[in-house]
Design a protein around this ligand. Sequence first.
Ligand SMILES: [Zn+2]
Length: 153
Amino acid sequence: MATSSAPTKPQWGPILKRGFTKRCPRCGSRKLFTGWFRLKEHCPRCGMRFERENGAFTGVYLLNFGVVLFLLWALMMVYVALLATSEGEPVDLAPIVAAGVVITIVFPVVFYPLATTIWIALHLGSADLSPAEQEEAEAHRTVPRDELELASS
Ligand SMILES: [Zn+2]
């Protein structure tokens, strides 16, 4: 295991990389979920509390919703492109509607865990743990501190 001292500022690179790979943005731990929708309260290795303040996970829904809106916009652009190149022929709407239903109903469910860890990463990168949060993480830490490669204090 590599050792590293705690950095003084959150390191965006590793934090985002870990968030986008469903890992703890602080230490890189996996297995943060006990079910598809159920996130553990604390990181199983570094002990960081994931929901750092009441309502913090509203951002997960915002992120998920924003990605859905972007995908629906992209789908509409596909439809517009099909219309523009159809030379007056009718465009079959069924596949567009089917894709829209999948994007609206299936995608947010599938994307939810990833949206959660990305949101936690964005939160950690923009606001490092407070001394009280660090203390709480220490109390829940299960791995010797020098075995953790922390991307924030
Ligand atoms: Zn962790």
